[in-house]
Design a protein around this ligand. Structure first.
Ligand code: ATP
Length: 904
């Protein structure tokens, strides 16, 4: 096919961006051709047309450039990347076809247009570097960064499980990885949720290959039209050094992950954005480990049903005033601490702000005026910040001295440190203040940005254009007087410039020296030489002024760009202050108390409440607080029974949430709470309760249970809700039983087990660290009343039928269920031990057994249900060799064994 030069240019550019959809700028449109056109037409509904007709028809789709953002956002949400190809040459200067090139690539993890991003959530691009021939247990290097804020972190993880959890809790949007890594992760795509995976060649992960590409670190093509500030090679080298100095086990893995991220930034933005100032390496164990299903089950940042923020723990506790604070709080929630000293630092600060409501109110009022400096810095470094952005930045900087002054000398150390660390960048602030007018326009090319007195040449031009306008007014007045045409007007349009307009009725008064330019229906337009001379002066000054203002603005933005490190440091402090004062506000509003944290193993909550459920009860309902004590050294496994809807799930979840809140440095909904810090938090919901995830398979539940058993330690907190329900009763019960024993005997973790298997309460007979609790209900006539109170001992009945009645089952069904239940409880079983619910009450009854044989075998096989003496006797018997015994020995042994059984 013979291609036009334009299509040839398109194909040349496209060849360099095969993975992306190329938005090719043609005048006021972005066009897509060939396969890209088909993709966008299918994915976002653009009309598919053809560039040429006939056999050589080239598929084409397009949109006006000003409405491109919606389409870009839709494509990014579906995991595509979009390469924006602009005209990088003024068509006037073009010799043939105008030069075009890609100025940036937008991908899910690299987006600069923050309008479509959640202001209170990060937008991370991640890279995972696996060693050669990785396995599911290999150590992996993980690095991730947010180009909108400069947040850049790295850590080392052991095995796929840890990697998947970390990607989930960091909330990464896009992941760069090797083909081998992809092969390992792909089977777990579902656990990865919305992380888009991008395989890359091995060189992508090599620091030396990066160094070779990086050159002097600045943009790769100098003639590109958009702005943007990039880091130098030395600055990039600083990241590697930070990673090496941190003491990772395998620093090369981290360096590989960092290289991939930076390579990707070069590919998508032509350099490493200067907003990426600092790398923060961390160890996953320095934080309370929360895996992805725990995070989901506990609805930390979104609800299980519908994935909404509203109704999550985050939505309840977020009282921050700024977007930066909102993101920071989210981070604290995803990464609670484990070091009691660091937690205390935060709690001291929150407590101080609780006790000083006036100070808190002033602080929050000041923070309310604070703009998102982090994302403003991101826009500065991307070269997209406009004059309003710089004005917002300056307004925020101007607030800083006042904020620092609010924190008194007696405030706790953390508050002092944060206040002292705020840098008002006074010179920069004064400089922007001197430069920009109040309320500048968003457009940078139309002038009107700078104040008088900022720049001498600009002042002259401003004068000229001002004076010129005065001249016009004076000229109009004089012409009216001279001609006697009182309705004469001097007007301006882009085609003719300035002209004199006289209505048809006054044409006979028009002086001879007026030169006619245009005739309209009701008027004539004229000019005179002196008007044109003046016009040239004004328009020339206006043009020069606009381009000078643009240049001056770029210079100012560059100066701000040189302060990014200091600005981001202040942003960091403001975010922390916002979170701390927000937590204090929460504590005071919702009546939370300060928890006590230590290295012990006790978890004791007095009158605890569920932070979310307590806010969602209907009017008139009261949340019933409950106390819980768990101690690895004593009662470490709580078996909680009770009817459906009694409140079992609520209680076990509230214990987990209170622990988590305490470890992030928040006050907690309780009368008091003592918490021996937890290293890992696990929460599992039985398959039947986990409908929202759409995977009610028993397999998932068992995989998750296996994960807990393989990872929990004696410092962990585990809450299990209805584990084992996804399979046949006896299998489920057997598994639940064995899991409970293992947690109790081998792991020794603090565990709460909510269950409908009343049989599990028998564990107290053999395991001394098990405590039976139940959620109390009261029977009233045929109904039950939920008391919501956790009491000692097991529940004696399930009350399922009564709950069914409450839920509105038809009376006939409730009646029949009651009868069937009576039969079951009377112990009617068939010869196989299966219940015979169909039997009519009163009919002759088969020989009955209270428990069916399957259930008996469970307890028989599960030797722990026996007294220890019984077990010893059995073991002794099994070891005997009758052939080696004399009759007397045999008789004596028999006597001893019988005596021991009778004593037992
Ligand atoms: N302490 C409490 N005070 C007031 N209301 C409560 C309390 N605990 C639970 N509730 C209410 O009871 C409802 C049911 O609680 P929950 O889901 O914890 O019951 P459950 O025993 O786990 O039920 P199931 O066994 O059917 O899963 C909650 O949605 C809440 O509205």
């Amino acid at each position: 096919m013979k291609l036009t030069p334009m299509l040839q240019q398109y194909l040349d550019v496209k060849a360099r961006y095969p993975d992306a959809i190329l938005f090719f700028r043609l005048g006021d449109f972005y066009e897509m051709f060939f396969e890209d056109a088909q993709v966008v037409s299918r994915e976002v509904g653009l009309t598919l047309t053809a560039r040429t007709k006939g056999e050589d028809a080239v598929p084409m789709a397009g949109m006006p450039y000003h409405s491109s953002q919606t389409y870009i956002t839709q494509l990014i949400e579906k995991g595509f990347s979009v390469a924006i190809c602009e005209q990088i040459q003024d068509p006037k200067d073009a010799d043939g076809i105008v030069k075009r090139d890609v100025v940036r690539v937008v991908t899910p993890g690299v987006q600069h247009d923050t309008e479509n991003l959640d202001a209170r959530a990060p937008n991370y691009l991640a890279a995972a570097y696996f060693p050669d021939q990785p396995t599911a247990d290999s150590v992996v290097g993980l690095a991730y960064l947010d180009v909108t804020t400069g947040d850049f972190r790295a850590t080392e993880l052991k095995g796929l499980g840890e990697l998947l959890s970390e990607l989930d809790r960091a909330e990464a949007k896009e992941l760069l990885l090797s083909e081998a890594g992809l092969a390992l992760l792909e089977p777990h795509a579902e656990r990865l949720g919305k992380v888009f995976m991008r395989p890359r060649d091995p060189e992508y992960f090599e620091p030396d290959a990066l160094r070779a590409r990086q050159g002097d670190g600045v943009r790769l093509a100098d003639d590109l039209s958009t702005d943007g500030y990039f880091l130098s090679a030395e600055q990039v080298e600083g990241f590697f050094k930070t990673a090496r100095d941190f003491g990772f086990m395998t620093p090369t893995l981290i360096e590989g992950a960092i290289s991939a991220l930076l390579n990707y930034l070069i590919d998508t933005q032509r350099g490493v954005s200067s907003v990426i100032q600092r790398l923060s390496p961390y160890r996953a164990q320095s934080f309370l480990v929360i895996d992805e299903s725990t995070k989901a089950n506990l609805e930390l940042t979104q609800t299980l049903m519908g994935g909404k923020r509203s109704g999550s723990l985050l939505s309840i506790i977020d009282r921050t005033m700024t977007a930066m604070g909102g993101r920071r709080l989210r981070h604290w929630l995803n990464y609670p601490l484990v070091d009691p000293a660091r937690i205390s630092d935060r709690l001291d600060a929150v407590e101080f702000l609780v006790r000083n409501p006036a100070l808190r109110a002033d602080l929050r009022q000041a923070l309310d005026e604070v703009y998102d400096i982090e994302r403003l810095c991101g826009r500065v470094s991307a070269g997209t910040a406009n004059a309003r952005d710089l004005k917002s930045l300056q307004g925020t900087l101007a607030l800083i001295p006042g904020i620092t002054a609010l924190i008194p000398a007696e405030a706790p150390a953390l508050l002092q440190r944060l206040a002292d660390g705020l840098d008002p960048c006074a010179e920069l602030c004064a400089h922007i203040e001197r430069a920009l007018v109040d309320g500048p326009p968003t457009q940078l090319t139309e002038g009107g940005l700078f104040k008088m007195g900022y720049h001498p040449e600009l002042d002259e031009l401003l004068d000229l254009s001002h004076n010129g306008k005065d001249w016009m007014l004076r000229f109009e007045r004089e012409e009216r007087e001279r001609s006697g045409i009182s309705s004469l007007k001097v007007k301006f349009n882009k085609v003719f410039g300035y002209y004199i307009e006289v209505t048809r009725a006054n044409l006979d008064l028009v002086p001879d020296r007026y030169i006619r330019k245009q005739t309209l229906a009701n008027a004539e337009r004229y000019f005179v030489p002196e008007l044109k001379e003046q016009e040239e002066r004004i328009l020339g000054a206006d043009e020069r002024r606009k381009s000078l203002e643009y240049q001056l603005f770029e210079q100012l933005r560059r100066e701000v760009g040189e302060h990014l490190g200091r600005l981001l440091h202040s942003a960091d402090g403001l975010a922390d202050l916002d979170v701390l004062s927000g937590l204090a506000e929460l504590a005071q509003r919702r009546d939370y108390v300060r928890p006590t944290l230590d290295e012990g193993t006790l978890l004791k909550i007095e009158d605890g409440r569920h932070p979310v459920v307590e806010t969602t009860l209907a009017a008139g309902e009261r949340f019933v607080p409950n106390s819980v004590t768990i101690d690895s050294a004593a009662g470490r496994l709580l078996i909680i029974t009770g009817p459906n809807m009694a409140g079992k799930s609520t209680i076990i979840r509230q214990v987990a949430l209170i622990t988590l809140l305490a470890q992030m440095g928040s006050f907690v909904p309780a009368k008091s709470a003592q918490i021996g810090v937890v290293d890992k938090l696990f929460s599992r919901v039985g398959a039947s309760d986990n409908l929202a995830r759409g995977q009610s398979t028993f397999m998932v539940e068992m995989t998750e249970t296996a994960h807990i058993l393989n990872n929990a330690t004696d410092r962990s907190l585990i809450i299990l809700d209805e584990i084992g329900r996804g399979t046949a009763t006896f299998d489920g019960l057997s598994i639940a039983w064995a899991v409970a024993e293992h947690l109790h005997d081998v792991i020794g973790a603090r565990t709460m087990f909510a269950t409908h298997y009343h049989e599990l309460t028998e564990l107290t007979r053999t395991l001394d660290g098990v405590i039976n609790l139940s959620v109390a209900v009261k029977e009233w006539q045929e109904d039950i009343i939920f008391l919501r109170k956790l009491v000692e001992g097991q529940a004696n009945r399930s009350y399922g039928v009564q709950v069914g009645r409450l839920a509105g089952l038809p009376p006939a069904v409730v009646e029949r269920a009651t009868r069937v239940l009576e039969n079951l409880e009377a112990g009617q079983f068939d010869e196989m031990g299966l219940p015979t619910p169909g039997r009519t009450p009163g009919a002759p009854v088969e020989p009955t057994r209270r428990h069916n044989p399957n259930q008996l075998t469970l307890f028989a096989a599960a030797t722990p249900a026996m007294a220890p003496e019984e077990r010893e006797v059995l073991e002794h018997l099994a070891e005997l060799n009758p052939d080696a015994l004399t009759p007397i020995e045999a008789l004596n042994t028999l006597h001893t064994l019988i005596a021991r059984l009778r004593d037992a």
